[in-house]
Ligand binder design. Structure first.
Ligand SMILES: Cc1cc2nc3c(=O)[nH]c(=O)nc-3n(C[C@H](O)[C@H](O)[C@H](O)COP(=O)(O)O)c2cc1C
Length: 234
């Protein structure tokens, strides 16, 4: 996994050390891969730390992980130019990380999208990246298990999770959950690790995701229904 072993990752590693971890004797993909997208401008902040905990559990279960950082530079929102309809799988705007995200998504069997809560919703950078990645490269995500993670000081996590999950549920992606909503509360990475319930939620999410990626990879997708595309007036 890239970028683990930094501050938050080390904290997360320590949190899971010494515990019994039973490797899943899964079928299907021998070494599944989960892409975890950090929608925070902070490379090693709270969102990253929460994602690192999930990643630690996935790795312990034999799943490859990568934490993908969108950076601090502006992320363009969708211009609705339609170029991706002529060139599926690629956004015409090549000056940020979105096309790289689509490329990495093709190689992944599952996803975790994490965001800080900004005014009760996901970061603009994550929403813009997801809008464009799913619009231009939806096929890279379709039918693969996915989870949302929210990091907030105090409030707004549920609306944030809901906004992220909307991308999943029109792409036939099963939403992976934990024993509570996937949220941590903090001001800094140390607070994430001190949020014992949040840590346990992330750990269970990692284990559930490991199961989901193996299960979905093992069973072929159903035959597609012919899709109707209307806008209600004709
Ligand atoms: C512009 C902005 C808006 C924020 N809005 C909220 C909010 O609505 N609710 C909340 O609890 N925290 C809010 N916060 C705090 C962050 O969500 C919180 O510190 C988060 O854990 C930071 O994660 P990060 O370290 O991964 O960036 C806001 C922070 C910023 C910068």
């Amino acid at each position: 996994m890239t970028k683990l072993g930094l501050a938050g990752g080390a904290l997360a590693a320590a949190a899971v050390a010494g515990e019994d971890i039973v490797a899943t004797a899964g079928s299907g993909v021998t070494k599944p891969r989960v892409l975890l997208v950090n929608g925070s401008p902070h490379m090693e902040g709270c969102t990253y730390t929460a994602l690192s905990i999930v990643a630690q559990e996935l790795q312990a279960d034999g799943v490859d992980t990568e934490i993908f950082y969108l950076g601090t530079a502006p992320v363009q929102d969708c211009m609705a130019c339609g170029s991706c309809k002529k060139h599926p799988g690629r956004c015409i705007w090549d000056k940020d990380a979105v096309n790289e995200l689509i490329t990495k998504a093709r190689e992944a069997q599952g996803f975790v999208f994490g965001s800080p809560v900004y005014f009760g919703h996901p970061s603009g950078r994550l929403l813009s990246a997801m809008d464009r990645a799913f619009y231009a490269g939806g096929g890279a995500f379709e039918g693969k298990p996915a989870a949302a993670v929210a990091s907030s000081r105090r409030a707004g996590s549920l609306a944030t999770l809901d906004a992220i999950q909307k991308h999943f549920t029109i792409a036939q992606m099963p939403v992976v959950s934990s024993f509570y909503w996937n949220e941590v509360h903090d001001f800094g990475p140390e607070d994430v690790m001190a949020d014992e319930e949040g840590v346990s939620i992330m750990r269970q999410l990692g284990r559930n995701m490991a199961r989901a990626v193996r299960a979905y990879a093992a069973v072929p997708a159903p035959t597609a229904v012919e899709r109707k595309f209307t806008h209600f007036i004709r």
